[in-house]
Design a binder for this molecule. Sequence first.
Ligand SMILES: [Zn+2]
Length: 189
Amino acid sequence: MKRIPFSAVFPKPHPLSGQHTEFQAKIYMGLKTTTMRAGNWQPGVVQPYYWRDKPYRSPHVVWPFTLRVYAVVHLSITRNGVGYFHRKDNCLLKKDWASMAQYEGLTEDVLVAWFPVDCAMNLLCFTPEAAADFGRAKVESVAYGMSEEQLRHEVSLVRCDVCSHKWVAVRPEGLPWLECPNCANMVQI
Ligand SMILES: [Zn+2]
């Protein structure tokens, strides 16, 4: 069974560095139903653990229960929130940080501080409800005739060449143009 590490304490340079995360209790009680991870993850059963001391340089402290990953959803993490592909509406959606914090079992400030830079991550959903909310993009990408690459997101600052409006755009990787939210011009990117 694949193992998945959780931080027992908040890492440096997080403002709560050294304090206990209580992730094991929060997940057990259903107060944390997702986790954001780099790397490649698949739906299935995983065994969570803490590092006894320093990450990668101390023994695993295996939790007394396993977790089922119901869905793996590609995320684009930005200052404004989290972008992802929604299977039901077949479109890109965004969740604000306050909503994400509820899933992650943290306050908004504490969660935002965990991700100081924009990045791409996977969201692992530990409940059917979370999986249904975010959409099983990875599992069901075939149903939309889209490859996994097409479901991956890019984030960048885009400037409209007609009205000069600037915005941070989250979109599937490789999309050649975007509609300007201000003037509806199609902007080449
Ligand atoms: Zn424009």
